[in-house]
Design a protein around this ligand. Structure first.
Ligand code: KG4
Ligand code: ZN
Length: 358
């Protein structure tokens, strides 16, 4: 079995993959969102400390869930890049210590590459080639996946990641972290107001993304339209009771306008990418891909254009140890010597450095 460890951001997650049966046999995840809620975003120092305190307990829970133990492990895989440096260090140090103590090999894997393969943890994975859209709190990337280790980066964000933009706009509206799901809840209410956001990078060539201008647009809209500026951060339900009827309507209009703009932008990029690559299989991953408004708009477009959409379930769509263990299994099957025996984590596919085309 291969143990996968993920600690690049604010999810501490471990999973066991059985190389023989090709199945995830156990997984344990701790999400730190509550600890960061009142700050409106992730506090890196808190994230590192939580990883440190949670990891040993999660590993014990993994043995309890699977009925196995350290002696059943063949290898260890850990996310080694990219991510918050303190958070990565906790996972990598823990994995190196285990590898040294158990005298088994260790592989450092690329977080973005692991996300791409979350689509393979489901029953009907996509057949190559397919497009992979990663939209999370730390990353916004669009890849053409031609095969294992054959990835073409079609576009990436030039500034903020999409989840980060969601979190920052939500924070300006008075919503606590993670702001994305809270903003989505607010946007579901009806309103007679409209706040039309611009669509970024209009008329510019290529398939890159940009979201920072929308934050400024949101800031100005909030200052111009809201009677009262938020004093503290809270959930959508709590905020609702504190807003005047006028401010409720404007909050909904701003949330709806922001969502419409970013998802129009994403769908436009996907349509362009699909045309250029002649590929109609699209896999989505990363926390923002949980947004149901986005999923339903994507399904509508998919029906029109005869696309096949692949959406992993909740436990695989956001950060998780299963995708790390699964990706490591592909490297294991390909060439076990890639797993260094020097008890050193090293990454063998620095996706984040790929050249951008288009
Ligand atoms: O993939 P993830 O769990 O962690 C990393 O950032 O790697 O993604 C978290 C991000 C946060 O920015 C969060 O606000 C966003 O995903 N998110 C959403 C939704 N659920 C989570 N954004 C928009 N709509 C949602 N329903
Ligand atoms: Zn991630």
């Amino acid at each position: 079995m291969i143990l996968g460890i993920e600690s690049s951001c604010d999810d501490t997650s471990v999973a066991l993959y059985n190389v023989g049966t090709k199945k995830i046999i156990a997984s344990q995840t701790y999400n730190q969102a509550k600890s960061h809620a009142k700050f409106g975003g992730i506090v890196p120092e808190i994230a590192s400390r939580e990883h440190l305190s949670q990891l040993p307990g999660l590993i014990s829970a993994l043995w309890a869930e699977s009925g196995s133990s350290f002696s059943d492990l063949k290898a260890i895989a850990v996310t080694s890049q990219p991510g918050l440096i303190g958070s990565l260090l906790i996972g990598v140090s823990y994995a190196r210590a285990l590898s040294y103590a158990l005298k088994i090999p260790l592989l450092g894997v690329d977080h973005l590459e692991a996300h791409i393969f979350s689509a393979f943890l489901e029953q009907n994975p996509p057949v190559y080639p397919f497009l992979s859209l990663l939209i999370s709190g730390g990353h916004t990337h669009l890849f053409l996946v031609e095969g294992f280790q054959k990835y073409v980066l079609l576009g990436r964000t030039l500034d903020d990641a999409l989840g980060e933009a969601f979190d920052k706009v939500a924070k300006m509206l008075g919503l606590s972290y993670p702001g994305g799901p809270e903003l989505e809840k607010i946007a579901k209410f009806p309103t007679d107001q409209e706040c039309k956001f611009p669509i970024p990078l209009q008329g510019k060539p290529g398939m890159n993304f940009s979201f920072s201008g929308l934050k400024t647009f949101a800031r100005n809209a909030i200052l111009a339209r809201m009677q009262k500026q938020p004093q503290a951060l809270m959930t959508a339900e709590d905020l609702w009771d504190k807003l005047s009827t006028k401010d409720q309507k404007q909050t909904i209009a701003i949330a709806q306008g922001f969502q419409k703009s970013v998802f129009d932008f994403l769908l436009d990029r996907l349509e362009k990418a699909s045309k250029i690559t002649k590929c109609g299989k699209i896999s989505i991953c990363g926390g923002v891909a949980q947004n149901l408004f986005f999923q339903s708009r994507l399904q509508n477009l998919a029906q029109k254009l005869a696309w096949e959409i692949y959406t992993p379930h909740r436990q695989y769509i956001a950060d998780n140890g299963s995708m790390v263990a699964f990706l490591a299994s592909l490297y294991w099957e390909k060439d076990q010597s890639l797993f260094p025996n020097l008890f050193q984590a090293r990454s063998i596919s620095p996706l984040s450095l790929n050249a951008c085309v288009g």
